[in-house]
Design a protein around this ligand. Structure first.
Ligand SMILES: NC(=O)C1=CN([C@@H]2O[C@H](COP(=O)(O)OP(=O)(O)OC[C@H]3O[C@@H](n4cnc5c(N)ncnc54)[C@H](OP(=O)(O)O)[C@@H]3O)[C@@H](O)[C@H]2O)C=CC1
Ligand SMILES: CC(C)(CO)C(=O)C(=O)O
Length: 324
């Protein structure tokens, strides 16, 4: 591996992959972007981020429609939705340099556990929790509304001991720092993933179910109460699984959301675009882990069941009607 200037690959160049990849490219890193539906537009016009924090950033980038054309990369940032991980595993393995670090920039729980058996054992697997509001506005154009931090933790791989794991996580955080992005090296990835769920469980699901962005959700007394109750359940689930979240964490996220610009969570964009919802990672897995620890989370379970119905309706619309 090239330690002085690692080569970075972005697998899934959507809102998250496009934003962080472009910021790293702007900082001078060699970044290679794997695209699918937006390849032609990005090949022609490059990537653009319209950011309320960094202004407009536009650059021609190294774009690929086929992973086999990409050079071996030392760091692979996976910016696809968790629902695509299994299909992406062979592509990740192809693009990875020996000893590469694969970083899942995704929400949810259990995503590394699901991908690990599909990756070669020589690859390091890390998780990244992104505290950011970004969405795709047009092909190759990303809107960045606020925040930006990405917190990293080690999941599994050839690192022999805790010190070498932490060194890898700190090297990852240093890449983001060099690109002007706030980033912390976390010692406990599972705990960090539970913490992030305190936001995603209420807002992602309710945005789809109630067809409401954060401002109306934070204005109405009933939706506020529901958000607080769901947040409390996630904290309870985390505790049952052995992760005591910092005191006042849910209240802190609630207060942060009050100050955020009006925001449609990424699950709402998936719903509108008729894409699969990230229900396994954001709802099913935490519910299953909490239940295995003897903890039922009834409001979250009801939200999950309603979303699962919506997700199945969307999937069946994409299929030919059954013959009588
Ligand atoms: N958006 C946000 O503000 C935040 C998102 N997150 C999390 O980050 C993750 C990514 O979300 P987000 O960036 O919003 O998602 P997007 O839908 O914007 O991006 C996903 C990208 O992955 C690409 N992709 C999927 N499958 C493949 C494939 N087989 N080959 C090539 N490209 C592929 C998609 O291509 P195509 O265009 O063809 O579909 C798309 O460009 C999710 O887990 C989300 O929950 C976390 C914090 C904030
Ligand atoms: C909580 C938020 C909006 C920003 O931290 C986010 O990261 C998400 O949409 O998943």
């Amino acid at each position: 591996m090239n330690t002085s200037s690692p080569r970075i690959g972005v697998i899934g160049t959507g809102a998250i992959g496009g934003f962080y990849g472009l910021m790293l490219a702007r900082a001078g890193f060699e970044v290679h972007f794997l695209l699918r539906s937006e390849f032609d537009a990005v090949q022609l016009n490059g990537l653009r981020v319209d950011s309320a924090v960094h202004g407009t950033v536009q650059m021609q980038v190294r774009a690929y429609a086929d992973a086999t054309d990409m050079p071996p990369c030392d760091w692979l940032l996976v910016g696809a939705k968790t629902t695509s991980n299994a299909e992406l595993a062979p592509l990740i393995a192809k693009v990875a340099a020996p000893d590469a670090k694969v970083l899942l920039l995704q929400n949810g729980l259990g995503v590394e556990d699901q991908l690990r058996p599909l990756l070669p054992a020589n690859l390091h697997l890390l998780g990244g929790l992104c505290f950011i509001c970004v969405n795709r506005e047009a092909p190759g154009v990303i809107r960045h509304q606020s925040l930006g931090a990405v917190n990293l933790g080690y999941h599994s791989g050839p690192a022999a001991d805790e010190d070498s794991r932490q060194q890898i996580v700190e090297a990852g955080a240093a890449l983001f720092h060099a690109a002007g992005i706030d980033s912390q090296a976390m010692t406990n990835l599972a705990q960090a993933r539970w913490q992030k769920l305190v936001w995603n469980v209420p807002y992602n699901g309710l945005s789809v179910l109630l067809k409401a962005s954060t401002t109306p959700l934070m204005t109405d007394a009933d939706s506020r109460a529901l958000i607080q109750a769901l947040m409390a359940e996630v904290v309870q689930g985390a505790r049952a699984c052995g992760y005591a979240l910092p005191p006042g964490y849910a209240e802190h996220l609630f207060a942060v959301t009050e100050k955020m610009p009006d925001y449609w969570p990424s699950m709402y964009h998936d719903f509108i675009q008729q894409r699969p919802l990230e229900l396994a990672a954001i709802y099913a897995e935490p519910l299953a882990q909490a239940r295995a620890a003897g903890c039922e989370l009834p409001k979250m379970q009801a939200l999950y069941q309603a979303l699962a119905f919506i997700d199945r309706q969307t999937a069946s619309r994409g299929k030919p009607a059954p013959t009588m």
